[in-house]
Design a protein around this ligand. Structure first.
Ligand code: PLP
Length: 370
């Protein structure tokens, strides 16, 4: 059996990309807000149903910059159940992360537990729409309004997700996307900040270009977070294929659900209000009544050339630079620990054949029978 990895980037036919490259070679405009950059910002805002969007070289620089855009300091409430870049963006700004436990169903930051973690130093909340499953955006906004806090969503998984007829990316003060090769929509590396108004977009655009407002004026200590023309051109091409990409993912998701629904001890995540999902991940939870522990199943699949991933294990709060924070203690985060010890993300990507999905389901069923 050929190796099956947890994800594989979608690459449109190479010949479709060549004309874009020829134009770049002709114009010699390689970066700094070139025509493809401009066009991708417009097309993405339209596709995603958001007002303003600023492209970045990657999602992590976009997160770091988003915190600078709103001048966030002090303490920020966030989730331990995410990719490590979420909390790293806080440390890069000298901000203290305060971990709050997650909801057992959505696996997102639990709004019921946020208030108890607020102190006079708290300035913002940074939730994550884990696996593209929307956070309880209304409850989070109510808390933010009550306490005068900003909300920055790490929306790295939430490309194209809609809830109650609106893009989930419209919530909070800012949302941040990642276009890394492993994500649903990719530009090799890349990312974006979504914001509600032109003035904020102006500030974001200054900050991602060293703080330059014009040739001679630097308004802030900005960073270099610019997306280049090759990335932007690839994004434009990728966008043309997105509807197909998502419908292929949807078929795979349905195939797994059918293949695993009767397997004792295996449960699957349910999305709450998302009407338009992106099927970015396929997490399963290996419960105590399955015959193997999660790591046993992980090893068994690996021995059979299926490379699942334990997203998100270990929790961010377990890494050495976070472990000594008062909020990082295991007793503070029981639900997150429970999920991290049971989760396994199965392979899902557009080129994954349905009979390969059946094969993965068969392996899981077989491993449980031993
Ligand atoms: C991928 C990811 C990031 C980082 O994005 P990059 O584009 O790889 O820098 C941040 N947060 C989450 C939740 C992610 O999954």
């Amino acid at each position: 059996m050929r190796n099956i990895f947890v994800t594989q980037p979608y690459l449109p036919p190479l010949e479709e990309f060549v004309p874009y490259l020829e134009k770049i070679w002709e114009s010699k405009w390689l970066t700094n807000g070139g025509p493809y950059h401009q066009q991708l910002e417009e097309e993405l805002a339209e596709y995603l149903g958001v007002e303003h969007l600023s492209l970045f070289s990657n999602g992590t620089i976009a997160l770091v910059t988003a915190l600078q855009v709103l001048r966030i300091t002090g303490e920020v409430i966030t989730t331990p159940y995410s990719f490590v870049a979420t909390a790293h963006s806080l440390l890069w700004n000298g901000i203290k992360p305060v971990f709050v436990d997650i909801d057992p169903v959505s696996l997102n930051l639990d709004p019921k537990k946020i208030e108890a973690a607020i102190t006079p130093q708290t300035t913002a909340i940074m939730p994550v729409h884990v696996y593209g499953n929307p956070c309880d955006v209304e409850a989070i906004q109510r808390i933010a309004d009550t306490y005068g806090l900003r909300v920055i969503y790490d929306a790295a998984h939430a490309f194209g997700v809609e809830c109650n007829g609106n893009s989930v990316l419209q919530h909070g003060d800012l949302s941040v996307l990642s276009f890394h090769a492993t994500k649903v929509f990719n530009t090799f590396e890349g990312g974006a900040i979504i914001c509600p108004d032109a003035k904020t977009k102006q500030r974001i655009d200054y900050l991602k270009n060293f703080g330059f407002a014009d040739e001679l004026t630097v308004v802030a200590p900005g960073i270099n977070g610019k997306m280049n023309e090759i990335q932007a051109a690839f994004g434009l091409l990728q966008l043309k294929h997105m509807d197909n990409v998502i419908s292929w993912r949807k078929e795979i998701d349905a195939r797994y659900r059918a293949g695993l629904k009767d397997v004792k001890g295996i449960s699957m995540a349910q999305t709450n209000c998302a009407q338009r999902k992106n099927y970015s991940y396929f997490p399963i939870f290996v419960e105590h009544d399955f015959s193997l522990h999660r790591d046993g199943l992980y090893d068994y699949l690996k021995a059979n050339a299926v490379f699942a991933r334990r997203y998100f294990y270990p929790l961010i709060s377990e890494f050495s630079m976070y472990r000594s924070l008062p909020s990082a203690g295991q007793a503070n985060l029981p639900v997150a620990h429970h999920a991290a010890n049971r989760v396994l993300c199965l392979p899902i990507f557009p080129d994954l054949a349905l009979d390969a999905v059946d094969g993965v389901c068969e392996l899981i069923r077989g491993s449980g029978r031993r």
